[in-house]
Design a protein around this ligand. Structure first.
Ligand SMILES: NC(=O)C1=CN([C@@H]2O[C@H](COP(=O)(O)OP(=O)(O)OC[C@H]3O[C@@H](n4cnc5c(N)ncnc54)[C@H](OP(=O)(O)O)[C@@H]3O)[C@@H](O)[C@H]2O)C=CC1
Ligand SMILES: O=C(O)C1=N[C@H](C(=O)O)C[C@H](O)C1
Length: 266
């Protein structure tokens, strides 16, 4: 029998950390060996909860981490940068769902694929992967229709638009032979003038406990196509990330995609 993969969590005390820990308790594919929280966190040094690994306690950095096969990161850009340092120093595989990075960290992450196996996704749900495919097809089939992307999340979310909304926008832009940099319009206010032809508009809703909702509206004259996904439970993201971690550990260096993982599930 093969031994379980040694898995570490970055962002272990967060909403996604909790969802991952809940699944890891029953997942024989993994042994949780390290669980990182923010420096100064009330969780630092406390027993990991829900208890996934006996006496394991939350840690505030990677210095005392044991050998790790794969890090799963749902945290913040600052925490992801530290997890990436650890992966590069030890050749460890990295699965990350963190969103809201600046261009410098984006460039470091893109470069990391030359040295480690890395898989990033703004959304680890199967439904959003299918939504992206449908949107690519619709955006190409209806090239002149206006495209607006509306997303809604809980009030504690730190970044906007969501990583998923941006990824959907990128997918649609590519299907129309343009880029998000060229086409995006983020929010509208005051005397905006007419809609810019060919633009992709983003609108953001924040409130309460919304897990994550994305709607792409393709708006024509006298008709409209809406493609929507609503997440109601974070376990969908956690399950997707653990599938990805199991698939990624031990792979050759590279920038791997969630679609690579999904292809093997068929
Ligand atoms: N790709 C996907 O499918 C999904 C992606 N996400 C993304 O995952 C990320 C986390 O989301 P969520 O769990 O809701 O966020 P939370 O705010 O609930 O949790 C953030 C976690 O990161 C830790 N953290 C924050 N800053 C640091 C730091 N500087 N060093 C070390 N640890 C740090 C926090 O520790 P502490 O508690 O101690 O402060 C906490 O454990 C976000 O970017 C979100 O957009 C979310 C859901 C799905
Ligand atoms: O912060 C969240 O909660 C989520 N973030 C991701 C994003 O920014 O797209 C994915 C999901 O919608 C939940």
């Amino acid at each position: 029998m093969t031994r379980p993969l040694r898995l570490a969590l970055s962002g272990a005390s967060g909403r996604m950390g909790h969802a991952l820990l809940s699944l890891l308790g029953d997942d024989a594919r993994f042994e949780l060996v390290h669980a990182v929280v923010a420096p100064g966190s009330i969780h630092d040094g406390q027993p990991v909860s829900p208890a996934a690994a006996g006496s394991l306690r939350y840690a505030h950095d990677w210095t005392l981490a044991p050998p790790i096969d794969v890090i799963v990161d749902f945290s913040s850009p600052a925490a992801l940068a530290l997890a990436l340092d650890h992966c590069l120093a030890h050749g460890t595989a990295l699965v990350s769902g963190t969103t809201g990075m600046d261009a410098t960290l984006e460039a470091r992450l893109a470069d990391a694929g030359q040295r480690i196996a890395i898989l990033r996704a703004a959304n680890f749900s199967l439904g959003v992967a299918v939504l992206a495919r449908l949107l690519r097809e619709a955006a190409a089939a209806l090239p002149d229709w206006d495209l607006e992307i509306v997303e809604a999340h809980h009030g504690r979310k730190q970044d906007a638009p969501s990583g998923t909304a941006l990824a959907l926008g990128q997918a649609a832009a590519a299907a129309r032979d343009t880029t998000l940099e060229a086409a995006a319009v983020y929010g509208r206010e005051g005397r905006t003038g007419e809609r810019i032809e060919g633009s992709i508009g983003f609108a953001v809703v924040r409130g309460g406990d919304i897990v994550g909702e994305h709607t792409a509206m393709l708006i024509g004259q006298g008709e409209r196509v809406e493609l929507a996904h609503r997440a109601t439970d974070r376990s969908i993201f956690a399950r997707g990330a653990l599938h990805a971690a199991h698939w990624l550990a031990g792979r050759a260096p590279g920038q791997w995609q969630l679609d690579d993982v999904i292809a093997t599930l068929r």
